[in-house]
Design a protein around this ligand. Structure first.
Ligand code: ADP
Ligand code: ZN
Ligand code: ZN
Length: 744
């Protein structure tokens, strides 16, 4: 007898283990590792589905009482063995249940009926055709006559089109086929997403690009695998490096996964992949139908494509011969999953690359501190591109102190300098982008006169405004009243920040009524293809000014943009979490990188209340090194990642009391575990989350810091045990997040 270990498809922590079932003889060949099966579960033998993750000859219980698998679910996609290994690793590293992890590594779960292409093929010779035609005429078979008229002199015709065009029934066609005049050929059609446009034009790689390619390639061709960080300023030609390496890897018979953040925003990049690899490339994006998605999955597993491009879930493409994984803009937040398991694509890719003997290439103009510190300590190989690829110069950047503007009596959104520059550029018929760095500022308080943000004295993190005028640090719980006057300069211009893209648009139109303006934000891009429409309209000169949030700074290449204005650079500095400075630097550097991409030279005006902040001065000079040094010192001092690791425990409950008590219980357990060896970590909280209530649930958070990730994993296992008990006892929901990218 064979037995199968099954993970049942119920995502509850208390069921997070395998259950053994006997495999009946009839299912012997199908019930293999990875198969989706139906099993009787629990006392009532309710039927549930699950995945077999192992098989053996030895029963763990009395064989007579071991239940049998009922069936193998027809049409279900099975999990490959290495993805089972990967799922287990993800569950251990990022939390959640094995069932949740399996679902994550299996982005396509069920076969979707395939589309058949049917073609009518002429069988009869000319004499027979004519004879048959005359017969049909004589007997007044009008539908048949129409069909024969249509197909006369052709050897093939599309079945569906013909029927629709002639408005004849399938029965008519069948009859003609039965008489041997035609036959119907059926082919399985893959719903292909590729446009299949190949183009021969490709630039000759410059010296730096060639060097980067050769460094990786030398290792690769000697069977050495590893992780590489391609650090290249914006426009330095990283994408060309990817394309060249992909081509070489594919030539060796291997396959490549390329992750791109937010595909809908970077269709210009995607098009370059199509141009190079034609139908051998496939793109996964959110607008694919489930049928299209399934077909890409099947094509990938059957080796019909060489390159899969997609968001983080494209990591789970079932390639047999994976050789290289590329993650473009590796610092992007989009690479961290927001559902359980909250995995990070970079870490997961590194493990997957090891499992499959592939290399991993990360690319960025502003690497994450994680990646860059690893490159510095030799874990990753560093490849650098220091110059823009085209003749273009780096843009000239000016920083404007908004405090000065206020002092000079200018309370408008535009500084005198930005307004002046806009006038000049618009008069020359060039284009302007205005960037509003809006993310995450909501609920933080700062002074417009001196630029001082209200920060926690213990954590150096912006305090969050709560109803009734209290300011709270949601890392440590520090609380204070919102001051009426700025504690630093005594000014009364202290308060919540707030400006929207719409307001910027109004302001532009007030100053430049004759100019055509486009706005790209959540509102204007709601419909399908919204981004693309706006991008194209702007690229075609349909407007002179484009206003937007982070969406506009990514990947686009607008040759006629010569001025980028950043309305308030420090807005994102006040986001209440330790990554605020990194995000600010990154956004500013990217925004600046949009100016003067082509032969026209570019300018950037950065408006800010904190002109001396290192994230702003470093971004202005594209001086990553200097930013990195200062930011890393801060992370080391306060033990934030990557200098240490953080586990966030988020507790949500219908009453504030339960949320607080449950969080306290977890904090106590974690603290007790840490106590004997206190130096290996700290517990912070519980405190109300920055977002203290959402969907009618009160939210509390506990943070655990540890120097070693392994230590954090141990603590998490402990907390996961406690979670089961606490959730049952206190009617709450508890979630874990390893090294969260955003504050809670
Ligand atoms: P990145 O990915 O680093 O932002 P891209 O690969 O998009 O840079 O390149 C920026 C621009 O420079 C693109 O228009 C690209 O076609 C062009 N380019 C890249 N490499 C070269 C090269 N070696 N010679 C000429 N143009 C190049
Ligand atoms: Zn002040
Ligand atoms: Zn604090």
């Amino acid at each position: 007898m064979r037995y199968a270990d099954v993970i049942v498809d119920i995502s509850l922590e208390k069921l997070d283990k395998t259950y053994q079932y006997a495999i009946p003889d009839a299912l012997f060949s199908e019930a293999v590792v990875g198969a989706k099966v139906e099993v009787p579960f629990g006392g009532g033998n309710r039927r549930v589905e699950g995945y077999i993750i192992d098989t053996s000859e030895t029963p763990v219980f009395d064989p007579a009482r071991t239940k049998e698998i009922v069936s193998v679910v027809p049409g279900a996609v099975s999990v490959e063995r290495r993805f089972i290994t990967l799922a287990y690793w993800m569950k251990e590293h990022f939390g959640g249940t094995m069932n949740e992890a399996l679902k994550t590594v299996l982005p396509v779960k069920q076969a979707v009926k395939e589309v058949k292409k049917r073609t009518l093929v002429l069988m009869a010779d000319e004499a027979r055709f004519t004879e048959y035609y005359n017969e049909a005429l004589k007997r007044k078979f009008q539908a048949r006559v129409r069909l024969l008229d249509e197909l006369r002199g052709r050897s093939e015709a599309d079945y569906r089109e013909t029927l629709e065009k002639l408005r004849i029934s399938a029965a008519t066609v069948e009859a003609v086929c039965r008489d041997g005049i035609f036959s119907v050929r059926e082919e399985t059609m893959y719903r292909n997403t590729a446009e299949g446009v190949r183009s021969a034009k490709r630039p000759d790689l410059n010296e730096e690009q060639r060097k980067a390619v050769e460094e990786l390639w030398q290792d690769y061709s000697q069977e050495k695998r590893g992780t590489y960080l391609l650090f290249g300023v914006t426009g330095s030609g990283k994408t060309e490096v990817y394309l060249e390496l992909i081509e070489r890897v594919v030539k060796e018979g291997k396959q490549v996964i390329a992750l791109i953040p937010e595909i809908s925003l970077t269709f210009q990049t995607v098009r370059r992949f199509y141009e190079r690899f034609g139908e051998r490339v496939s793109v996964l994006h959110s607008r694919l139908s489930s049928g299209e998605r399934y077909d890409q999955y099947v094509r990938a597993s059957q080796g019909e494509i060489d390159v899969m491009i997609g968001p983080r879930s494209a990591l789970f493409t079932p390639f047999e011969r994976l050789g290289l994984i590329i993650i473009d803009e590796e610092q992007e937040g989009a690479y961290k999953s927001e559902g359980t398991p909250r995995y990070h694509a970079r870490e997961t890719a590194e493990y997957l690359a090891k499992l499959t003997n592939a290399s991993l290439l990360l690319g960025s103009a502003t690497p994450s501190l994680e990646a860059y510190s690893r490159a510095k300590n030799g874990e990753y190989r560093l490849l650098t591109l220091t110059k823009r690829a085209k003749e273009a110069q780096m843009p000239r950047v000016e920083i404007v102190d908004l405090r000065e503007e206020l002092r000079a009596g200018n309370r408008s959104m535009f500084s005198r300098k930005l307004k002046e520059r806009m006038q000049e550029r618009l008069a020359k018929g060039e284009q302007v982008m205005l960037f509003l760095n809006r993310r995450g500022y909501a609920g933080t308080v700062s002074c417009r006169a001196c630029g001082e943000g209200m920060k926690c004295p213990h954590c150096d993190i912006s305090l969050t405004y709560h109803k009734g005028g209290t300011l709270l640090c949601h890392y440590c719980g520090y609380e204070t009243k919102q001051p009426k006057l700025c504690p630093a300069c005594g000014s009364q211009y202290i308060g919540l920040f707030g400006t929207g893209t719409q307001k910027v648009e109004e302001a532009v139109l007030r100053e430049f009524p004759e100019v055509k303006v486009l706005r790209m934000d959540a509102d204007t891009t709601k419909q399908k293809g919204g981004h693309q429409k706006i991008v194209e309209e702007f690229a075609n000169g349909g407007a002179q000014v484009l206003i937007g949030t982070q969406m506009i700074v990514k990947g686009h290449d607008f040759p006629r943009v010569t001025l980028v204005g950043i309305i308030a650079a420090d807005l994102s500095l006040y986001a209440g979490d330790y990554r605020a400075a990194e995000r600010t630097f990154c956004l500013l550097a990217q925004a600046a990188g949009r100016a003067g991409r082509d032969r026209l030279s570019g300018e950037v005006v950065i408006q800010t209340y904190q002109p001396e902040h290192y994230s702003i001065t470093a971004a202005a000079t594209e001086d990553y090194e200097s930013f990195y040094r200062q930011e890393m010192a801060y992370r080391k001092m306060l033990k934030y990642p990557p200098a240490a690791h953080i586990l966030a425990v988020l507790v949500q409950a219908e009453t504030e009391e339960n949320a607080g008590l449950a969080a306290k219980r977890l904090a106590d357990v974690l603290f007790a575990a840490l106590f004997p060896e206190e130096k290996s970590g700290t517990v912070i909280g519980p405190v109300p989350a920055g977002l203290a209530k959402a969907n009618d649930l009160y939210r509390y958070v506990v943070y655990v810091k540890a120097l070693k990730y392994e230590r954090l994993m141990q603590l998490h296992r402990l907390a996961a045990e406690e979670k089961k008990l606490t959730e049952a006892a206190m009617k709450c929901n508890i979630q874990f997040d390893f090294n969260p990218l955003n504050g809670y």
